[in-house]
Design a protein around this ligand. Sequence first.
Ligand code: FE2
Ligand code: FE2
Length: 188
Amino acid sequence: MDDFDISALWADVRARLSDYRFYHSQCVAECAKKLAAQYGWDEEKAYVAGAGHDIMKEQSRRAAPAYLAENGVALTPLELRCPKLWHAMAGEIYLRQTYSLPEDILQAVRWHTTGRENMTLPEKILFVADFISDDRDYPGVDEMRVRARQSLESAMEEGLRFTIEDLAKDCKPIHPDTLAAYNEILIQ
Ligand SMILES: [Fe+2]
Ligand SMILES: [Fe+2]
């Protein structure tokens, strides 16, 4: 990461996202850096992962599936019905092709929305940072922040439960990777 120019990535993120999401990206970058310091990931990598994690979030609903298909991603029937999941896959591809970022950053971006079984430390850090960044103000966020200081797994369990409950309440499907992540943490 020594020769990586973060200013180019920030300019790119700024150009692609609304004010609100740009601010969210800044907050997640700062939060991921702090979590990396506490839990032992490279702080600069965590910051870059946070900066770039939502870079494709405002790609249009028409463009995103085409972009994924062009890059060899075959969406499952469930994924086709869940546009909120697309930006994590598209983000990994875009950041790989444009910035040649290291694999641990790319995988953290790839799994930041659904989670998955056997998540790595970088994946957990970005997943949790996305829930507790300074811009977040949902009911329960303070408890999430306390949990995150105690253990990443504790915060992830709660975050995954939120996600699953929210989706179920809205009669939306739950991605199998999210269920796998939740079940794994509960069993451990
Ligand atoms: Fe996201
Ligand atoms: Fe995010």
